[in-house]
Write a protein that binds this ligand. Structure first.
Ligand code: ZN
Ligand code: ZN
Length: 343
């Protein structure tokens, strides 16, 4: 296929192709020479070059000692000014042609400078590093000191805290003991409180009973006072009757003839009145029995009242002296006082 294709191509196209190949080859050569120049050219600062009037006139190359001819032409080194062939002087420094000897010397010098500079920079770096290391050591020492101080402080704080903890534990145990004691005391107090409440209820009940008794005694006292008033009225009437009787007896002594004209119904009336009062009194005793019927104490009091009434009854029948009801009242008062003492 390729041979057929080659045959088919016209000479015009073939020329075009050849010219393209030629130009690309030239370009490659040019690039290579530029690269070579770049690689062989040494850039050095502060270098002084010789002017052309100072070039030396020599017959052979100073490097390879070859004689100069029409084809092997003479060149000059811009550093030492010596004559040299093209092969021994194609290298350049700062774009100036130099011989291989000068190039080697310059490159060695440059390399040495570079090395010295590098060594100097290394030394500087080492110094800097040393300074950094010293600073780091100092900082480390400071940190260690701080750490030691903090550790000491921590140890002290820890001991203080342990001591405080121990104190608090001791206090806590004491407080716990106190709390137990207080709880026990509270329980005792509650027990006492309940006992006191029971006692209070008992006392309240007793108070109610005693108040009932007092009310009963008050009623009784009221009845006794009424009775006393009745007795006083009766005594007053008896006194009047006695005076009338005395007047009458005086009249009879003075004038015995009028005895048949006088009718004395009063003693009979008086006896009837006393009987009525006795009945009333018995009914009063029944009321008191009904009031005090349930309790022992009230029974005792009711019996006391009965015995007192039994003592009173004979006094009523021959009650002519005015001082007797008063005595009865005194007895009542004594009885009241006695009952109050019982309460
Ligand atoms: Zn040479
Ligand atoms: Zn030279």
């Amino acid at each position: 296929m390729s041979s057929n294709k080659y045959i088919e191509q016209s000479p015009e196209i073939q020329n075009q192709r050849n010219s393209i190949r030629h130009s690309s080859l030239n370009q490659s050569v040019h690039e290579f020479s530029a690269y070579k120049e770049k690689m062989q050219d040494l850039m050095l600062p502060n270098v002084e070059f010789i002017e052309p009037q100072d070039f030396k006139k020599q017959n052979e190359c100073i490097v390879c000692a070859i004689e100069f001819t029409q084809t092997n032409r003479q060149h000059h080194c811009r550093m030492c000014g010596s004559s040299c062939c093209g092969q021994c002087s194609y290298k350049t420094i700062n774009k100036n042609r130099v011989c291989d000897i000068c190039y080697m010397k310059a490159s060695q010098l440059a390399a040495e400078k570079k090395r010295n500079k590098f060594i100097q920079s290394l030394k500087d770096s080492a110094k800097k590093l040393k300074r950094h290391i010293e600073q780091a050591e100092r900082r480390k020492q400071e940190l260690q000191n701080e750490r030691d101080a903090q550790q000491d402080k921590s140890q002290i704080d820890l001991r203080v805290l342990e001591k405080e903890t121990e104190d608090y534990r001791l206090k806590y145990s004491q407080k716990t003991q106190d709390k137990c004691q207080y709880e026990q005391q509270v329980l005792d107090l509650k027990l006492k409180m309940s006992e006191l409440n029971t006692l209070k209820e008992q006392i309240h009940l007793e108070c109610q009973e005693k108040e009932q008794e007092i009310r009963a005694y008050d009623t009784n006292l009221y009845l006794r006072e009424q009775e006393l008033n009745d007795k006083k009225t009766q005594l007053q009437r008896l006194k009047q009757q006695k005076e009338e009787l005395e007047n009458m007896s005086n009249k009879i002594e003075q004038n015995p003839e009028i005895i048949e004209e006088i009718i004395i119904p009063e003693p009979v009336q008086m006896l009837q009145q006393e009987k009525k009062q006795q009945e009333m009194y018995n009914t009063n005793i029944d009321i008191e029995e009904i009031m005090f019927g349930n309790t022992n104490g009230s029974k005792e009091s009711s019996t006391l009242i009965k015995t007192e009434q039994a003592q009173q009854q004979p006094q009523k029948q021959n009650s002519t002296k005015p001082s007797q009801p008063k005595q009865n009242k005194d007895e009542d008062d004594d009885e009241e006082k006695y009952k109050c003492n019982i309460f």
